[in-house]
Design a protein around this ligand. Structure first.
Ligand SMILES: CCCCCCCC/C=C\CC(=O)SCCNC(=O)CCNC(=O)[C@H](O)C(C)(C)COP(=O)(O)OP(=O)(O)OC[C@H]1O[C@@H](n2cnc3c(N)ncnc32)[C@H](O)[C@@H]1OP(=O)(O)O
Length: 281
């Protein structure tokens, strides 16, 4: 068992877990017995990059939590430096067609499951949250981040054209002029900057404090009827998810064409080489 897993299990005991299951090694689900809130921990070393299996595990865990009548979901990481480094770039580099189709469909479904979850959702961002890491945090209803980390969608820096529904997902958190500038610059924000523009809601000094703040947010819906809350949320969010709800195949086709284009592949090669060379210096 990984050290991080051991730690999480110990924490769970203290919190009198009602149930704790390991949907697979990639995610850990822990439900607090007192509050009924589920903590969904990403656990894919070294940096929680989202490959096909990771996104499937995340989606399955969220569905499992929804089915368990939990009161809310807190998304966090077992790595105390990285929340998520976004999509696994190796999945995008010279991809095999069948796997790429499965990968992209899983990304669409994982995002829809989180963005439209019936439950209150919050992200305890205990490390860097880059690209799809930021997209996942933005899909939650509330974000608490630890100081000294970074968050943002820097897709344009490695040649990725951000799809419209991701623009919309950023738009559900940030004002339009901020979204436009951030996406076009490929801006990565520090914790302080993210708080200034309200990309995050609160700063916490430890993971425990972040989890507690997320739990308080979820607790704030105690008086709301869960069905009315869920349907109202869906109504409010459906507009921004429209492309994927109505035309997932069209979005898939467009994304696959783009990912397999020489323009994107060349730019990804250069970006990956830079990322790898960082560790060789
Ligand atoms: C439904 C449709 C949604 C569509 C969304 C599209 C719009 C969103 C845009 C983009 C999609 C993406 O998410 S692409 C992913 C982009 N992510 C990054 O560029 C992150 C790059 N990583 C880093 O900056 C750093 O790794 C880190 C800050 C996250 C952590 O730094 P640290 O120093 O702790 O770790 P290392 O850099 O040494 O990394 C360890 C190891 O992991 C490899 N690595 C890191 N990130 C990725 C990744 N995203 N994919 C694959 N591999 C990754 C890194 O190269 C190191 O490997 P080696 O040990 O072999 O050198």
């Amino acid at each position: 068992m990984l050290r991080s897993q051991t730690k999480l299990f110990a924490l769970g005991k203290r919190q009198l877990c009602r149930s704790m299951s390991k949907s697979c090694d990639l995610t850990l689900v822990e439900v607090d017995d007192k509050t009924g809130i589920a903590t969904l921990t990403m656990n894919k070393p070294p940096v929680n990059s989202c490959n096909l299996e990771m996104m499937r595990a995340l989606k399955d865990s969220m569905k499992q939590i929804e089915g368990n009548k939990s009161r809310g979901i807190i998304l966090t990481s077992s790595n105390n430096k990285v929340f998520s480094s976004g999509l696994d770039l190796n999945e995008l580099r010279n991809p095999e067609q069948e796997r790429l189709v499965a990968f992209w469909k899983e990304l669409q479904e994982m995002w829809l499951t989180l963005y439209l979850s019936n439950l209150p959702t919050a992200a305890a961002i205990n490390g860097h949250a880059l690209a799809v890491g930021c997209v996942m945090a933005s899909a939650c209803e509330y974000r608490v981040m630890l100081p000294g980390f970074t968050i943002g969608i820097h897709a344009t820096k490695f040649g990725y054209v951000v799809p419209p529904f991701i623009v919309n997902s950023y738009l559900s958190v940030l004002p339009r002029p901020v979204v436009e500038r951030a996406l076009l610059q490929g801006k990565i924000f520090s914790t302080d900057e993210a708080q200034q523009i309200n990309l995050i809601d609160e700063v916490a000094n430890s993971k425990e404090e972040a989890l507690s703040k997320c739990a308080s947010f979820i607790g704030s819906f105690a008086e709301a009827n869960p069905v009315a809350r869920a349907l109202t949320k869906r109504q409010l969010r459906a507009e921004f998810a429209r492309t994927l709800l109505d035309e997932p195949e069209a979005e898939l086709k467009e994304s696959l064409e783009y990912i397999t284009s020489p323009l994107f592949q060349d730019s990804l090669d250069a970006y990956l080489a830079k990322l790898k060379s960082k560790n060789k210096k």
